[in-house]
Each structure stands twice: as C-alpha cells, then as structure tokens.
Design a protein around this ligand. Structure first.
Ligand SMILES: Cc1cc2nc3c(=O)[nH]c(=O)nc-3n(C[C@H](O)[C@H](O)[C@H](O)COP(=O)(O)O)c2cc1C
Ligand code: SF4
Ligand code: SF4
Length: 258
C-alpha cells in the first residue's frame, strides 16, 4: 500500500501523546517534518504543511478538552488543504470533547481531517492509571487504525470528512486544576524543567517553584527532571488518586472514526 510523507505536529508535555503519534505516523509513512507545539517563545505562523503530505496532529486531553495553549499554537499553522489525522490522547478516564475539538481546530487551520483517533496513554498525573500505555496491545490496534486510514486514502471515492465524532462542539472544560510541581532542596539548578515547560512558568532565577498563573499542571517539568526531585504535593496526589480511582480504573479503549 502507498505510504505518505508525514508532517507530525504534537503537543506532548510528558511524552505519552508523542509515543502514540510516532506509532501511527510510522505505519502511515516517513516522518519528513516535526512541529513541537511545546516550545514557547516560538512562532508557528510560518509553518505551512505541503498539500501533498499527510499531517498527523496529536494533543492530550486535559479536563475533557485540549489545553488552550495547544489550540492557540495549532491555530497559527496553515493546513493548505493537506489530508490530516487528528489524535486526542487521554489518560484512561475519557476524552469527552477533546477529539471533536481537535478535529474542528484542524479544519479551521485548513486541513482535510480524514480520520480522528482517540488513544490511551499513561495518566501523566496519577501514573498508576493507564500505566505503561501505549502497550503491545495498543500498538497492534494503532497499526490496524493506520491500515484503515491508508485504505481510505487509497480508495477512489471522495475522502469524507463529515463522519461522526463523539463530543459536543461546545467544548466543556470539566475543572480548573492548578497544581504546580515543586523541586526539593537537592535541585541542581540544571534548568531542564524550565526548558521543558510549555508556558514559561518556571523562572530560572527561582527554579524550585513555578508561577501558578502560567502553570497548566501538565507535568512536563516533572518528566524532564533528570534527578526525579520535581514533584506534586504527595497529599494532593494521594487524595486525587483515591477520588478518581473508579473513573480511572479498567482498560479504556482506543477508537477511530473515519
Ligand atoms: C491537567 C491534566 C488533566 C487531565 N485530564 C484528563 C482527562 O480529562 N481525561 C483523561 O482521560 N486523562 C486526562 N489526563 C491525562 C492525560 O490526558 C494523559 O496522561 C496524556 O497522555 C498526557 O499527555 P502527554 O503524555 O503527552 O503529556 C489529564 C492530565 C493532566 C496533566
Ligand atoms: S510548571 Fe506547570 S506548566 Fe510548566 S511544565 Fe511544570 S506543570 Fe507544566
Ligand atoms: S530539572 Fe530537576 S534538578 Fe534540574 S533545575 Fe529542574 S528541578 Fe532542579
């Protein structure tokens, strides 16, 4: 089956979203270009996706929707009528309005969104849920999804973009979590957490804390710390895990709509 030059566009603070996007992209073709929407102080307005390539756009679901900052950065990109697959990655609770929001946003950018995927990755706050996903079983499913997408692309029929996707166009954010990870006294001041922060919430002159007015609680700084000493308040984490246990348990599905 014909494969495609892939432009992979991701917002992935702790890497789960990127893992899913990489797997699907590799099955669809060769990644010729990557756009990292995590980078702050960067303009994405000069990103124009060639019309003969296939874009893979992936972002995580935070509180039922895609984080505002990912949507804002994505909106700067010119889709140029290129075909596109959107992937909303969620942490084993639910993707709510995240997938439909991602599809709508890609369409606003000028992409033809020929397939929409929801996929599970480890929950980036409570990592015991969806732990180690995407796993082997997920990989097989993601491969199958890619095959379905390639089949759609190779068919003679006009590529439909008005298929059903769950969720509401009135995207509803379910909460307003504002917890800022902090570093212990053994912080070396290496600055990796500040570089990884998508919102510039960590000031290198006061590196052990973060600006709560900028922080989106994405956990990117925790994932970036080589010493493992940047953490959330353990009391908050234990209470949240207990409260969310039922909603986050069991194996939630990967789904494709096309
Ligand atoms: C602030 C925040 C809110 C989240 N909200 C949800 C949610 O509503 N539903 C869900 O299933 N997972 C939720 N998650 C889990 C993430 O969607 C999931 O872990 C995803 O893989 C994170 O992307 P990343 O690995 O690229 O950082 C949330 C995670 C964070 C940090
Ligand atoms: S300070 Fe907040 S926004 Fe920045 S990486 Fe850490 S959790 Fe994410
Ligand atoms: S990455 Fe870790 S060790 Fe380095 S400055 Fe940040 S908290 Fe300190």
């Amino acid at each position: 089956m014909k494969t495609y030059p892939i432009v992979e566009i991701t917002f992935s603070p702790t890497g789960g979203t990127k893992k899913v996007a990489d797997q699907i992209s590799c099955y669809l073709g060769n990644i010729t270009n990557t756009v990292n929407l995590i980078l702050h102080d960067v303009s994405f307005s000069d990103v124009t996706v060639p019309s003969d390539s296939l874009a893979v756009i992936a972002a995580p679901v935070f509180e039922g929707v895609i984080p505002d900052i990912a949507i804002e950065r994505m909106k700067e990109i010119q889709g140029n009528h290129a075909n596109c697959v959107v992937i909303a990655v969620y942490g084993n609770r639910a993707y709510d309005d995240g997938l439909i929001q991602l599809k709508d946003t890609a369409e606003l950018c000028g992409f033809n969104v020929i397939a929409s995927v929801a996929a599970v990755a480890e929950h980036s706050i409570m990592r015991q849920f969806g732990s180690a996903r995407p796993d082997e079983e997920d990989s097989k499913e993601l491969k199958k999804f890619a095959e379905e997408i390639l089949e759609k692309l190779s068919s003679d029929k006009e590529l439909s973009t008005d298929y059903f996707v769950p969720g509401s166009h009135e995207y509803k954010r379910l909460g307003n979590l504002n917890v800022v990870p902090k570093a212990s006294a053994s912080c070396t001041g290496c600055g990796k957490c500040a570089d990884a922060c998508p919102t510039g919430a960590i000031n290198k002159n006061n590196i052990r804390t973060g600006d709560s007015s900028k922080c989106i609680s994405c956990m990117g700084c925790i994932a970036a710390c080589p010493k493992g000493i940047r953490k959330l308040n353990p009391v908050f984490l234990a209470a949240a895990s207990l409260k969310m246990k039922d909603l986050l348990s069991g194996r939630k599905p990967n789904e494709i709509f096309l």
